[in-house]
Design a protein around this ligand. Structure first.
Ligand SMILES: Cc1cc2nc3c(=O)[nH]c(=O)nc-3n(C[C@H](O)[C@H](O)[C@H](O)COP(=O)(O)OP(=O)(O)OC[C@H]3O[C@@H](n4cnc5c(N)ncnc54)[C@H](O)[C@@H]3O)c2cc1C
Length: 126
């Protein structure tokens, strides 16, 4: 039995997983691609318009060479956050269908069907 299923391992999904972990909830995070999949697919030489302090999550400092970090620095940062918080992630597992049955959700991925009390959609803009 899972307390919360988080769909998306972008910055918001990771921040939600950290909060779930802090509260001792049994959580799962699914992403259809790699860790921070959207950032991974940014143009290679892209620079954020936000300063690194605005992109920090989970009390892990984000120090970049310039005030606005690059894609590569962000990928390294969110990997570090995941390691620091020992987050469990199901990568390359896409959520395909969700059904509500009584007080539970049945979440079907490309792999298995899970049951969870709560769902967080952290799927970004797309
Ligand atoms: C070129 C560019 C520059 C940007 N610069 C900035 C910036 O400087 N500052 C800023 O704040 N924002 C910026 N953004 C926006 C930035 O992408 C978002 O702020 C950030 O990624 C949002 O995080 P998120 O976790 O909400 O969504 P995302 O990072 O988009 O994460 C969503 C995740 O959900 C996964 N997903 C979606 N559907 C499913 C499914 N069915 N099953 C499993 N997984 C799924 C995706 O693979 C993805 O990993 C920029 C965007 C682009 C394209």
């Amino acid at each position: 039995m899972i307390d919360v299923i988080i769909i998306g391992a972008g910055p918001i999904g990771l921040a939600c997983a950290i909060e779930a972990k802090k509260k001792g909830l049994k959580y799962m995070v699914f992403d259809k691609g790699v860790l921070v999949n959207s950032l991974y697919n940014y143009p290679l030489n892209m620079t954020f318009f936000s300063t690194s302090d605005k992109l920090e999550i989970g009390d892990v400092p984000f120090i970049s060479h310039n005030s606005k970090p690059t894609r590569a620095e962000a990928l390294e940062y969110y990997r570090r956050v995941t390691t620091h918080w020992k987050l469990k992630l199901n990568l390359y597992e896409s959520v395909e269908n969700i059904k509500k049955e009584k007080d539970q959700f049945k979440v079907k991925t490309n792999n298995v069907t899970y049951k969870s009390d709560n769902i967080v959609f952290a799927t970004g803009f797309l």
